[in-house]
Design a protein around this ligand. Structure first.
Ligand code: AHG
Ligand code: MN
Ligand code: MN
Length: 335
């Protein structure tokens, strides 16, 4: 079988469909190359001295792991000089990183969660990188945080990498979802699946059950009904899977369907949710919708949420279409 590399895939998208401008093509290639570097670091584990805590805290008050810091640096360094970006924003940085003056400024904005699933690093469970691409709109000189505060529906591209038994890259440019697998011998990303589709129905849910007592009524109702199984209102048994790395939990859903939830909970009532809108929820929502699924806060399409600030958080329910619609309906009924 003839192998199609990421480069060939991008060139063909550009040539045949005029879909991606040269700067966006370069951006995707650079991010994919950075992810290879991160994959190598992840793979070395204790041998590369990459496990454990970095001894610092990020802007959200979370302890940073060494790999959070390393991955952030790899992505920044890789993306600074190409002339494709105006600025970057990351879960691990307080404020935006503007491309230094010595390099040309491009028209795109890159946002990332450099290392998703930090609690799984030291236990050798799959982790990943999530990214989102926006265009800098308006012709003002310079770039500020304001330029980033666009709803997810304006994303030009989004993707994630899973560092697991296989190293895979999932990408959308707004016309379906493609999956690439890293061939470690040749060092190239090879297209292994395109046109990914999430089944509309499922018997599998993914949620951190230890927070059950803190959830709002509509989420409790939804999960209770799943747990009631065949003799309950749903009339079927449900299975549960929770990796604790959003990349892996979402990737399972992309592969065989399912529903992933990280809802609002009453421990911190003023926070809309735990996950970050710009680095986690929006890119995953774009990918899931492009694969025929839905992504909602319970009350609103995630990609319609207008961010008020860079590190904004949001409640998340995404995956198989009919399950997300049901969760939305339960929220609507609860008023
Ligand atoms: P990160 O490692 O980037 O901080 O993200 C972790 C996220 C997400 O991957 C996962 O779904 C969730 O946090 C798990 O959190 P809890 O273990 O607190 O439920
Ligand atoms: Mn994360
Ligand atoms: Mn992270």
């Amino acid at each position: 079988m003839k192998r199609v590399s990421l480069t060939q895939y991008l060139v063909e998208q550009q040539r045949e469909h005029g879909r991606i401008p040269a700067q966006l093509r370069l951006l995707i290639e650079v991010v994919a190359r950075a992810c290879k570097h991160i994959a190598i670091a992840v793979n070395k584990g204790a041998l590369g001295d990459v496990l454990g805590s970095a001894g610092s805290e990020n802007v959200q008050g979370e302890i940073q792991k060494k790999l959070d810091v390393i991955s952030n640096e790899v992505l920044i360094e890789a993306n600074e000089w190409g002339g494709h970006l105006a600025a970057m924003a990351s879960e691990e940085m307080d404020s935006i990183h503007v491309v230094p003056n010595r390099y040309p400024q491009g028209e795109y904005l890159l946002l990332f969660d450099p290392l998703d699933g930090s609690s799984n690093i030291d236990v050798n469970v799959s982790i990943g990188t999530i990214f989102s691409v926006l265009r800098k709109v308006g012709h003002t000189r310079g770039v500020s945080e304001e330029d980033f505060l666009q709803p997810g529906k304006h994303q030009a591209a989004a993707g994630y990498c899973v560092y697991g038994p296989q190293t895979t890259l999932v990408l959308t440019l707004g016309d379906g979802v493609a999956l690439f697998t890293l061939d470690r011998e040749t060092g190239s990303w090879v297209l292994t699946q395109s046109g990914l589709q999430i089944p509309e129905d499922t018997r599998e849910f993914s949620i951190n059950m230890s927070n059950q007592r803190h959830w709002a009524a509509p989420v409790r109702r939804y999960i209770d009904e799943c747990l009631d199984g065949r003799t309950g209102p749903r009339g079927k048994d449900f299975n549960m899977r929770w990796v604790g790395s959003m990349v892996s939990d979402v990737h399972r859903i992309l592969t065989r369907g399912g529903i992933f939830l990280y809802p609002w909970d009453s421990r911190e009532p003023d926070k809309p949710g735990k996950l970050r809108l710009m680095y986690e929820a929006n890119p995953m929502a774009f990918i899931v919708e492009q694969a025929g699924g839905l992504a909602s806060t319970g009350r609103e399409r995630i990609m319609d949420v207008v961010p008020g600030k860079l590190h904004e958080r949001v409640a998340v329910a995404l995956g198989s279409r009919n399950e997300v619609l049901r969760i939305d309906a339960y929220h609507a009924e609860a008023g």
